[in-house]
Design a binder for this molecule. Structure first.
Ligand code: C2E
Ligand code: CA
Ligand code: CA
Ligand code: CA
Length: 275
C-alpha cells in the first residue's frame, strides 16, 4: 500500500509539474502576443426586437497563435488576468473596438467586455475618455460590459469609476446576470443601462417552465428599474417569441450570427435590416 501511495504521489507531482510548465509557457506566449499582432476582434450582433434590426455588436477577443492555433478566451483571459496582462490587452481591445465602430452606421453601438482587474488600473476613466476622443466615436455608442464579480469588491471607488464612465456618456451593462453571486441588491447599487441574461437560462427556456419564470422575473425587474435586457445565447427560433413576450429588448446568439471578423459586418447589417 505504501508503494502504491508513493507512485500515486509521484504521478500527482509529475502532472502538477506539467501543468505549471504549460501555464508558464502560455504566460510567456501571451506576453508577446500584443507586440506580435496575434490578437484580433470578432464581433457578434445584438438584435433589437422593437426595431427589428441589429443595433449593436459585441467585441470578442481572439488569439491566433502560430503554434497553438486559435486559443479561446476561456483559456487565456484567466491567465491574462492573473498576470496583469489584461490591462494592456484591455486597452488594445477598447482602442480596436472604437476604431471599428467609428466606421459603422451611427445608430450601431459597440459593446466591450471589461475585466474586473482593469478597474484596479488608476486613471481608467481618463483612459476611456482619451480612447473615445482619439477614435471620434460618440460615447453613447460605447457600452461597457462588466460582471457581478466587480460589484463584490463593493467599495465606493468602484461605484465612483462606474459613475465616472457614465458621466462620459458611456453605457454600462451587467453581463452574465443570474450566474455566480447575483444579488438583487447589485441592481439597486448602480444604475445599469442594461442587464444581459446569462445563456444558461435561455437554453432551458423551451424545456423547463421554471426557466421561463426566472427570465420573466428578470425582465420585469429590469423594466421596473428602466433597464434594457439582452438575452444571451439565443440558438432556436422558438426562443424568440417567448423572449419577446417576456419584454426582452435585445437578443444575441448563434440564431442571428456567430461572432464574425470586422470585414463581414456590412453584409450582416444589410441582411439584418430586412429580417
Ligand atoms: P461573454 O461576454 O459572456 O460573451 C459571450 C460568449 O458566448 C462568447 O464566447 C460568444 O461567442 C458566445 N456565444 C454567443 N452566442 C452564443 C450561442 O448562441 N451559443 C453559444 N454556445 N455561445 C454563444 P467567447 O467569444 O468564447 O468569449 C467567452 C468569454 O470570454 C466572454 O463571455 C467574456 O467573458 C470573455 N471575453 C471575450 N472577449 C473579451 C475581452 O475582450 N475582454 C475580456 N475582459 N473578456 C473577454
Ligand atoms: Ca459579454
Ligand atoms: Ca455574457
Ligand atoms: Ca459568459
Amino acid at each position: 500500500a505504501k508503494t502504491a501511495g508513493r507512485s500515486r504521489f509521484r504521478r500527482f507531482t509529475r502532472d502538477l509539474d506539467r501543468e505549471i510548465r504549460a501555464r508558464r509557457s502560455m504566460e510567456l506566449d501571451l506576453h508577446d502576443a500584443l507586440a506580435d499582432g496575434e490578437f484580433a476582434l470578432h464581433f457578434q450582433p445584438l438584435f433589437d426586437l422593437s426595431r427589428n434590426c441589429f443595433s449593436a455588436f459585441e467585441a470578442l477577443l481572439r488569439w491566433n497563435h502560430p503554434r497553438r492555433g486559435q486559443v479561446l478566451p476561456a483559456e487565456f483571459i484567466p491567465v491574462a488576468e492573473e498576470t496583469g496582462l489584461i490591462i494592456p490587452i484591455g486597452e488594445w481591445v477598447l482602442r480596436e473596438a472604437c476604431r471599428h465602430a467609428a466606421t459603422w452606421p451611427e445608430d450601431i453601438r459597440v459593446a466591450v467586455n471589461f475585466s474586473t482587474v482593469q478597474f484596479s488600473s488608476p486613471g481608467l476613466v481618463g483612459q476611456v475618455a482619451q480612447t473615445l476622443a482619439a477614435s471620434g466615436l460618440d460615447p453613447n455608442r460605447l457600452e461597457i460590459e462588466i460582471t457581478e464579480s466587480l460589484l463584490l469588491e463593493s467599495s465606493d471607488s468602484i461605484r465612483d469609476i462606474l459613475l465616472g464612465l457614465k458621466a462620459l456618456g458611456v453605457r454600462i451593462a451587467l453581463d452574465d446576470f443570474g450566474t455566480g453571486f447575483s444579488s438583487l441588491s447589485f441592481l439597486r447599487k448602480f444604475p445599469f443601462d442594461k442587464i444581459k441574461i446569462d445563456r444558461s437560462f435561455i437554453i432551458e427556456l423551451l424545456r423547463e417552465d421554471e426557466a421561463g419564470a426566472v427570465v420573466r422575473a428578470i425582465t420585469d425587474l429590469a423594466t421596473a428599474l428602466k433597464m434594457e435586457t439582452t438575452a444571451e445565447g439565443v440558438e432556436e427560433s422558438g426562443q424568440v417569441e417567448a423572449l419577446r413576450a417576456f419584454g426582452c429588448t435585445t437578443l444575441q446568439g448563434y440564431l442571428f450570427s456567430r461572432p464574425v471578423p470586422p470585414a463581414d459586418i456590412p453584409a450582416l447589417l444589410a441582411r439584418g435590416r430586412s429580417i
